[in-house]
Design a protein around this ligand. Sequence first.
Ligand code: T4K
Length: 375
Amino acid sequence: MKRAPIYVTRPILPPLTEFQSILEEIWKTGILSNGGPVLQRFETALASYLDVEHISIVSNASLGLVLALRHYGITGEVITSPFSFVATSHAIRWAGAEPVFADVDEETLNLDPAAVERRITDRTQAIMAVHCYGVPCDTEGLAALARRYGLRLIYDAAHAFGVRRNGLPLVAEGDLSVLSFHATKVFNTFEGGAIVAPDRETKLALDRLGNYGIVDEVTVTETGLNTKMNELNAAAGLALLPRVDAAISARKRLAARYWDALAQTEGLRCLCPPGLPGHNAYAFPILVGEGYPTSRDGLYLRLREQEIYARRYFYPLISNFPMYSSLPSSAPDGLVIAQRAAEQILCLPLYPDLNPVDQDRIIEIVASPCPSTSS
Ligand code: T4K
C-alpha cells in the first residue's frame, strides 16, 4: 500500500460542527467583515488566552508588521535578523523603511544584541527581532539597546503563539509584537494575525490604520491600509481556540520523542529541548553538522525520497535573496553564525496529528541515514 506523504506541518482544524454553528450566525446577521460580532468575540477570547489586554487582529502577520512600523512612522533603518522567513524583511520595505541585517546568537539563532549594537547608526529607528521557532530572544538585552539608543523594538512573534517566559506572555515584550495565524502555525485562522499593543490607545490607532485610516463617515486622518480580518477567519479562530492547548501538548509529546531518539546523534544538534519552560513546540529544528554521515541537503533529499518533506527553514538567508544581497549589511563576513545555521538547518515534520509510527520512520532515517541516491 502506498504511504501518504508526510509534510513539515499540517494545520489543526476545529470540529466542523462548531465552525458551522458560527457560520449560521454569520448567515443570519449578514455581517461579513469590518469588525463584526464574531471578530469582536474572537478578539476578546484571544486576548484572554494570550493573557494580554490589548490586541488588534489583522488579516496576516506580514501586514501586521507593516502596520506596526507605520504606526511609529518608521522610514529609516530597521535592524533585523537574516535568519527568518522572508516576510520579516519584506514588511520593512513595504513600510518604506530599510532592513539592516545583524548576526544571530549561536544558541538561540535569534538576533544577538551585541551584533545589533554594531549596526546602529544615526539612521537607525527600530529593531525588528524574531522569536525564531518560538524560542525567546534576549528581550532584556534588546530592550536595553532600544532604551539606550532611543529605538522602537518590534517583535516578529509569528512563531511565538502562547509562549510564556518567567510566567509572563512573551508577546507582551517590546513596543509591539506581531503574531501569525497562518495555516502552518501552532494556532491558525487559515490566514490571520494579531498585534499585541501596550495600551488601548495604541490598539485603537492600529485598528484605524488597518481600516483605511477612517475615523467616521466623513473623517479620514491618515493613509491607512486594509488589514481587516473577516468574519469567516474569525469564526475559524473562535472555534479553534479551545483546542489549542491540547494541540500544543501533543506537539510537546512528539518533540520529546524526537529529542529522546535524536539528541545524542553524533553531528546533530537539536535546537529546542523539550523542557524549555512555556515553549509551544512550534517546530523541531535540527542542525546537521560535522560528524554526521551526510550533509544537511543529503539528509533532506534522503527524506524526500521517502516522501517526507522536512523543510530548510530558514535557508537561504534573507540577506542572500536578490532584493537584499547588495546591502552592505548582507556581506557574509558580518553574518557568520546566521550563514552557518542556514546551511545546517532542517525542520523535521511536527504537528499534533503526526502519527508516532510515521515519526518512527523519520527518526530511523535521521538517526542513521543511508546515502541519498540523488545527492
Ligand atoms: N514572520 C515569520 C517569522 C514567519 O515565519 C512568517 C510566516 C511571517 C512572518 C508571515 O506570516 P503571514 O503573513 O503568513 O501570516 C509558510 C507560510 O506560508 C508562512 O506563513 C510561514 N511564515 C512560513 C514559515 O511557512 P511556505 O511557502 O514554506 O509554506 P508551504 O505552502 O510550503 O507549506 C508548508 C507545508 O505546510 C506544506 O508542505 C503542507 C503544509 N500545509 C500548508 C498549507 C498552506 C498544509 O498542510 N496546509 C496548508 O493550508 O511558507
